[in-house]
Design a protein around this ligand. Structure first.
Ligand SMILES: [Zn+2]
Length: 425
């Protein structure tokens, strides 16, 4: 009951601003959950810190090529018009693929000062072809919903559960689940996502926010897909499917570029300039709320997908954001891209372990980036099948005997096992 009243209180606060588009409730949902479950808040913050450490210390190195993520879209409708046609769902998958491969037509609108950091994420999406039981599927489920409390809200997460009048997730470690429904307060909130969290000692998995069944993205039905005919004013400025691009960014560990605060708050990514506020659904190319130190002076990056500009002015991720998302796929959501769970780090300190160079020919060097983290065991090198190829008691590992290909270094530390992928050339 406490949870219910808390939800109403928070929603009342959001409703005050419902005359303007709120866009995204990801941060509000995080604050709501962290207030109820402090250990959850700590786990999310630890994961953000690991991501930030990784980008700062290792982020310039690429490994692995293009990742492909299977998607299931759960259409949960209350009226016939909310039962969106397959064609809109296909168009949304196309938008994701354009935006995450930087093949969107409007890359020409990226301002010159941001071209050096604008990047192809090399992440692709496809509607799942096999369901959790192994049967063929088109990757779309359709449910006539009966929401608890009469509506779907971000704080109750009721669209994600059969028992609450929604639709249960497919295993969220194997599929990107996207629920499409009528989110409360109509055009006020357009979507929300759950960020990745690492394994945390003493975490009670039964606590609500850690429920794996909540991992995924929820989208307000009129803004799902490209040129959704239901995206009428004032939603016509968000009709290009970029709400989903934005929320999937959160699901892959990105934060808002203004850090949900003033110039002192950051998103943990160095190549997105600081900002003191969001872009407020408009395209103000003169917006420049913070001074860069050190320079050069840059305007706010309103064309970034993780800001709140109108869909027509969004067109880029930065290289730092790309590195963050790929790190999340390699360390926190590995099964999503087909990497075996046995090659999954069990520690949120993964971002504090460096591996250089990568790709590598003769040697890789394993480093710890914090005095709190110690390597406690010989380092084991395994291949794509999980077979052990060699072990090394030295942090400088001789890999000259390996044939070319993809490998993982299993590194036991005093704070859990960390696994780093590398390419042998
Ligand atoms: Zn957001």
């Amino acid at each position: 009951m406490k949870h219910f009243f808390t939800s109403l209180f928070l929603l009342a606060g959001l409703a005050l601003n419902a005359q303007t588009i709120q866009r995204c409730a990801t941060h509000d949902v995080y604050l709501h959950n962290a207030a109820q479950y402090p250990a959850y808040g700590e786990a999310v913050q630890n994961t953000y810190q690991a991501i930030s450490n990784w980008v700062a210390n290792n982020g310039g190195q690429k490994s692995g090529g293009v990742y492909q993520i299977p998607v299931v879209v759960h259409v949960v409708y209350l009226t016939p018009d909310q039962d969106l046609p397959d064609s809109l769902i296909y168009s949304q998958i196309a938008v994701l693929n354009e935006d995450y491969r930087r093949m969107n037509a409007d890359t020409i609108n990226t301002r010159a000062e941001f071209l050096p950091v604008a990047a192809d994420a090399e992440i692709e999406f496809y509607l799942a072809t096999t369901d959790p039981d192994g049967n063929p599927t088109n990757g779309i489920t359709r449910t006539a919903g009966t929401p608890s409390f009469g509506t779907y809200t971000p704080f109750d997460d009721n669209v994600k559960f059969d028992s609450l009048g929604g639709k249960n997730a497919w295993p969220t470690n194997k599929y990107l689940n996207i629920w499409v429904c009528d989110l409360v307060f109509g055009f006020g909130i357009l979507g929300y996502a759950y960020p990745p969290i690492g394994n945390v000692p003493n975490w009670n998995i039964g606590d609500a926010p850690a429920d794996p069944g909540k991992q995924g993205v929820v989208i307000h039905y009129p803004v799902f897909g490209r040129n959704n005919p239901l995206a009428v004013s004032p939603l016509d400025i968000v009709n290009r499917g970029r709400t989903v691009t934005h929320e999937v960014g959160h699901f892959l560990g990105l934060r808002h570029i203004w850090g949900d605060g003033d110039c002192s708050m950051d998103d943990g990514i160095a190549d997105t300039p600081p900002a003191a506020s969001d872009a407020q659904q408009i395209c103000d190319w003169t917006k420049n709320t913070c001074t860069e130190s050190p320079g050069p002076e840059l305007p706010d990056n309103i064309e970034n997908y993780m800001d709140y500009a109108a869909d027509s002015c969004m067109n880029m991720f930065t290289q730092g954001q790309v590195n963050a998302m790929r790190y999340v796929l390699e360390d926190f959501r590995q099964e999503l891209v087909g990497l075996p769970v046995s090659l999954q780090s069990t520690s949120v300190v993964a971002g504090l372990i460096g591996l250089f160079p990568n790709p590598a020919k003769d040697y890789i060097q394993i480093t710890t980036l914090s005095a709190d983290v110690e390597i406690t065991q010989p380092i084991t090198i395994v291949d794509v099948h999980g077979r052990t190829c060699l072990t090394s008691v030295s942090k400088s590992v001789d890999i000259s005997s390996l044939s070319e290909g993809m490998y993982w270094a299993r590194i036991k530390t005093n704070r859990g096992e960390v696994i780093r992928k590398f390419i042998k050339i």
